[in-house]
Write a protein that binds this ligand. Structure first.
Ligand code: CAA
Length: 464
């Protein structure tokens, strides 16, 4: 008999510092990005791309500290004993070491913080751009399905700090944050559907970060096309599996999926992905075709871009998008691209935005994408007692500036640019001294016959 396995609970951590993309940043960048027109740049960033603020990591933070923070949040909120975890996998594309798994650093932070020993925990790092954490989730679920686990919980963490060169079109899609997923049998939140996960991979150059570089190299417009083509192919493979296993196809499949969460490099991308996926489903559905034809959406003969552009303006699409996708995008507008965690931040956004409605028994589709390139589509059914696993989740509240009851602190342009320039060679002092959080305390500098730790990272919990 199939055992329900999936996500029991979610922990989210977003650094407190942020840049408001509608303020001095826009004034400073308008010359380079919009011919000096500040309003045009603000319009493009907030409406065209869909972001308002981007989270920025402080000098004592890196993707290992963000991961440990998210892990602590999910462990504390679920009230579990960390010794009940036997697998801790981190998906990241902005790791801190060329060799050591970042998960081992996280494991060490948790051991010291909770005063426990976790010697028999598997701690791999999964890297494949923004899809790494989904590969990690798949591995965690599969080993549990196979009965290879010795403890009831696995921890899957997505953690990244996204960085592009200043004054480029990538800059306003940066972000930083981590999401930790507690995986278990009989999960409260989302039972992942067995045998439906589909994967596609293509050898692509849309986005990469050569060794030694802190910023990504990206062919922006091309990366959008590759994302859409991979997502379409993965969704088509998912649809085939759903048809074979559950007998649902076409309009029935669209109706059977209550919410679509996509990888969100920027919120408009989820709209492009929805147009691609909904468009394919609706083209095969006579009723939807009739509605679209009545709205003068060109159903045949037009280039695909024109069809999708017209589709996104149609009432059918706007209503579907508002109901099934938009609730998953509100956190991304405030945080930016957190790479491997973006899809799971979308899930957290959906769960918070729909508080007050009952999602129990609903199907949520997860569309994951990583440049280079791979896409996975999987789905899960929301558990009957999922609200108990949500009580601690307050991401939207926290994302308000301190002055409005949240925890965030705005950055001046010069402080932001200073943090952007930091590297392991030049760490600098934190802007907000760490309090009640994990921090990178120092990098090793000893080199002797007895002990060598040059470049090793020492992390600790800073109380307060
Ligand atoms: N008001 C309102 N909208 C405006 C506007 C204004 N004043 N000016 C422009 N726009 C609209 C444009 O019409 C466009 O919308 P449509 O697509 O509906 O036409 C939108 O704003 C974006 O404008 P551009 O097409 O000119 O794009 P851009 O130069 O801002 O670049 C980008 C956008 C390519 C995504 C760039 O930000 C980038 O390179 N980002 C990094 C790469 C990335 O995120 N790729 C996504 C796929 S890869 C992936 O998903 C992996 C990952 O995480 C990186």
């Amino acid at each position: 008999m199939d055992r329900a396995i999936g996500i029991d609970s979610i922990g989210v951590y977003v650094p407190r510092l942020y840049v408001d993309l509608t303020g001095p940043w826009a004034t400073a960048r308008a010359a380079a990005l919009s011919g000096g027109d500040v309003e045009k740049l603000v319009g493009k960033v907030t409406d065209g791309v869909g972001v308002r603020r981007m989270a920025v990591a402080d000098a004592h933070q890196d993707c290992a500290t963000l991961a440990a923070m998210a892990a602590k949040r999910v462990i504390d909120a679920s009230g579990i004993d960390p010794r009940d975890i036997d697998y801790l996998a981190v998906g990241t594309e902005t790791t801190v070491d060329q060799s050591k798994s970042i998960a081992a650093y996280v494991l060490g932070m948790l051991e010291r913080h909770y005063g426990v020993s976790l010697p028999e925990v598997g701690a791999p790092q999964f890297q494949f751009a923004c899809i790494g954490a989904t590969y990690a989730l798949e591995a965690a679920v599969s080993r549990m399905r196979a009965g290879d686990n010795t403890k009831p919980y696995s921890l899957v963490i997505a953690s990244d700090i996204s960085k592009y060169p200043l004054a480029t079109a990538g800059e306003y899609t940066q972000g930083a944050g981590a999401v930790a997923l507690l995986v278990s049998e009989r999960p409260r939140l989302l039972a992942l559907e067995r045998g439906l996960c589909s994967t596609v991979t293509r050898d692509e150059r849309d986005f990469f970060r050569p060794n030694g570089q802190t910023s990504a190299v990206v062919d922006g417009k091309y990366s959008i096309d590759v994302y859409l083509d991979c997502m379409e192919a993965a969704f088509a493979a998912y649809a085939k599996r759903v048809e074979a296993k559950l007998g649902l196809g076409g309009a029935d499949l669209y109706d059977a999926i209550d919410y679509f969460c996509f990888h969100v490099p920027f919120p408009r991308m989820a709209e492009y992905a929805s147009a691609r996926v909904f468009g394919q489903l609706w083209l095969g559905d006579p009723q939807a075709r009739a509605r679209l034809a009545a709205e003068e959406v060109p159903l045949s003969g037009a280039p695909r871009k024109d069809f999708e552009r017209a589709l996104t303006r149609s009432r059918l699409f706007r209503e579907a998008f508002a109901a099934k996708v938009a609730p998953s995008l509100t956190i991304a507008r405030e945080v930016g691209n957190v790479y491997s965690g973006s899809l799971y931040l979308a899930l957290a956004s959906l769960l918070e935005e729909t508080r007050g409605q009952s999602l129990a028994g609903r199907r949520i589709l997860l569309g994951s994408y990583g440049s280079g390139a791979s896409a996975k589509v999987l789905s899960g059914i929301v558990g009957e007692k999922y609200t108990a696993a949500l009580e601690h989740l307050r991401v939207h509240d926290e994302l308000r500036p301190e002055a409005e009851g949240g925890v965030r602190v705005p950055l001046s342009l010069s402080d932001y640019e200073r943090l952007h320039a930091l590297s392991d060679r030049e760490r600098g002092a934190p802007l907000l001294p760490p309090r009640g959080e994990f921090a990178l305390e120092r990098l090793g500098t000893s080199s002797s016959a007895e002990r060598t730790d040059v470049g090793y990272r020492y992390y600790g919990w800073i109380g307060g």
